[in-house]
Ligand binder design. Structure first.
Ligand SMILES: C[S@@+](CC[C@H](N)C(=O)[O-])C[C@H]1O[C@@H](n2cnc3c(N)ncnc32)[C@H](O)[C@@H]1O
Length: 273
């Protein structure tokens, strides 16, 4: 792929997210099921980062995580490739009175060299798939290694390849091209709001390969292995007790061998070598 192709794909993705930023913290980008996934991420962020950490949020969206972390006492450099998302984050930080703790900057995860000169960070996190939109993960690894202090940690949730619910959902509807999408080797176009998001899907192992030179793998686990993916909110609404049970099983077992490699997303924790 040429530099020109990459630049044009990045622009498409930016336009797509700019176009939905105004209401992305509503049902489109933060329905109740996504909030359950977010709660799980928050649990792992709490486990990983000491109070008062200085952290980078990669692909912060409308700033829900950045403001949550700021309220816990962390200092957040919130970054996103979509200027409209960054405007939402800055606005949320203002409304929630955490402007001292949240700095919002329109910088893509593929251009983190722009953060150099701002001192060392204790870690970085990225929630719900921004890193699926980055052309070259090895660049992210190199940049994070430069920006983090020794022992600094990364906590990411990433869209995975093998989502059991999705396979059954699309197979029952005979939607084979959609079913096969996550198994593509290369970048694929996903549609949102009549725009294109260029996306790559990974298994946790494929993902880690890009980081292994600079970071040690501490933990990974599936997210929504038994629980349904975010677009099947009907399951949560119609069968709430069944749904709760699935989440409990997820929390207990999604770190087990085999199960940790599947799920709608996976969560991965790494520390700098
Ligand atoms: C699914 S949203 C998740 C947003 C947020 N992390 C959350 O938890 O709500 C994906 C975000 O990634 C951002 N994004 C897409 N490509 C990116 C890139 N190359 N670098 C940084 N952010 C990117 C989008 O603008 C969007 O805000």
């Amino acid at each position: 792929m040429t530099q020109g192709d990459r630049a044009s794909q990045l622009r498409d993705t930016q336009d797509a997210f700019d176009s939905v930023a105004a209401d992305y913290d509503g049902p489109r980008g933060n329905n109740s099921l996504i909030q359950d996934m977010r709660n799980e991420m928050w649990r792992w962020l709490d486990r990983t980062f000491a109070p008062g950490s200085r952290l980078i949020d990669l692909g912060c969206g409308t700033g829900l995580d950045a403001v949550h972390m700021a309220k816990l006492g962390h200092r957040i450099t919130a970054t996103d490739w979509s200027p409209q998302m960054i405007a939402r984050t800055a606005d949320r930080a203002r409304r929630e009175s955490v402007t001292e703790q949240v700095e919002a900057i329109a910088v893509g995860a593929h251009e983190l060299h722009h953060l150099e000169g701002r001192g060392r960070f204790d870690g970085a996190y990225s929630n719900l798939g921004p890193l699926n939109c980055v052309p070259d993960l090895a660049d992210v690894s190199t940049a994070c290694a430069r920006l983090l202090r020794p022992g600094g940690a990364l906590v990411f949730t990433v869209i995975g390849r093998v989502c059991p619910w999705e396979i059954v959902h699309y197979a029952l509807r005979w939607r084979w091209p959609r079913l096969k999408m996550r198994f593509a080797r290369n970048v694929v176009p996903a549609t949102m709001n009549k725009h294109t998001i260029w996306t790559r899907y990974y298994t946790p192992r494929e993902f880690y390969r890009a980081f292994e030179r600079d970071f040690m793998l501490e933990h990974y686990r599936g997210l929504c292995v038994f629980a349904p993916p975010p677009y099947l909110t009907g399951v949560r609404e119609r069968h709430s007790r069944f749904y709760e049970r699935l989440w409990r099983i997820d929390r207990r077992t999604a770190g087990w061998p085999l199960l940790r490699s599947i799920g709608d997303h996976f969560l991965i924790v790494m520390t700098k070598r």
